[in-house]
Ligand binder design. Structure first.
Ligand SMILES: [Zn+2]
Length: 268
């Protein structure tokens, strides 16, 4: 069969899918709140299930060609080409289990994944993303001992509290798999002495000593393009950071009190 004939043969299936999705929109949001039943349609058998919404995430299983599966929600990830064209939509089919929408059809459109639903991305799927210490005790700002901090992936000189570091490292590895390099870190944990020095040097661009999230070991300042609102790297962080518990605080947004595209905080 010629390539064109193949495309023509596939077209009706694609149109049928679109019209079904259109009906879902026409008949209101009631169905959108529920999980959608999906049918795997793949020319590869079996279809690979990944720990996150992208081809860079670890393979965690497979589903057979033609198998039914429940899609709890949909999100954006790596762009993939399949029998139904190219798409960056990924379907969540279990905790830490995702399949590309390029290989699935569904009778209803699944809702967008909330940040809570996305947080089940399995950190352990990333080698080196485990916390180096279990010391999560509360320490005064700027007084967190080295034994209660963990090194950051790709930058051994930087550190954060154990859970924040594990989540950051998984995030940085996901970034590396999609962009070819780890996240670039300018600054992470800051001792009280360092906060005093930074305040003296940067003035209003630094928090009052002992009030900075950097002093708690739960904030990073990023470089490598993230320092510019609207850049590809910044947009990647906005889309993917929350899946790992890393957010850009309101005060640092373009309309915020102190617009700082590079400053990110762990809220996991
Ligand atoms: Zn900062």
């Amino acid at each position: 069969m010629s390539a064109l004939a193949t495309i023509l043969r596939r077209r009706p299936a694609r149109l049928a899918l679109v019209s079904v999705l259109g009906l879902g929109v026409l008949f209101g949001g009631a169905a959108a709140a529920n999980a959608a039943m999906g049918q795997v349609r793949t020319q590869e058998s079996p279809l690979t299930v990944r720990s996150g919404p992208g081809t860079g995430y670890a393979a965690v299983g497979t589903v057979a060609k033609g198998a039914s599966l429940t899609i709890s929600c949909r999100t954006k990830g790596t762009r993939v080409s399949g029998p139904y064209g190219a798409t960056d939509v990924w379907n969540k089919v279990g905790d830490g289990r995702y399949v590309s929408d390029a290989f699935t059809t569904s009778t209803e459109k699944a809702p967008q994944c909330s940040s809570t639903q996305l947080r089940t991305v399995q950190l352990v799927a990333f080698k080196g993303a485990r916390a180096c210490s279990s010391d999560e005790r509360g320490y005064a700002n700027g007084r967190v001992p080295a034994s209660a901090r963990c090194a950051l992936y790709g930058d051994r000189g930087e550190s954060l509290r154990p859970r924040a570091a594990a989540a950051f490292n998984a995030l940085s590895m996901a970034y590396e798999r999609e962009n070819g390099r780890a996240l670039c870190v300018t600054d992470s944990y800051r001792s009280l002495e360092e906060q005093v020095a930074v305040k003296a040097k940067r003035g209003k661009w630094a928090a009052k000593p002992s009030t900075s999230e950097h002093g708690l070991g739960k904030a990073v300042d990023l470089c490598g393009g993230v320092g510019t609102f609207g850049s590809d790297a910044y947009r990647w962080m906005k889309a993917n950071g929350p899946k790992f518990g890393w957010v850009h605080p309101d005060w640092a947004e373009p309309g915020g009190k102190l617009p700082e595209p590079w400053h990110w905080e762990y809220r996991g």
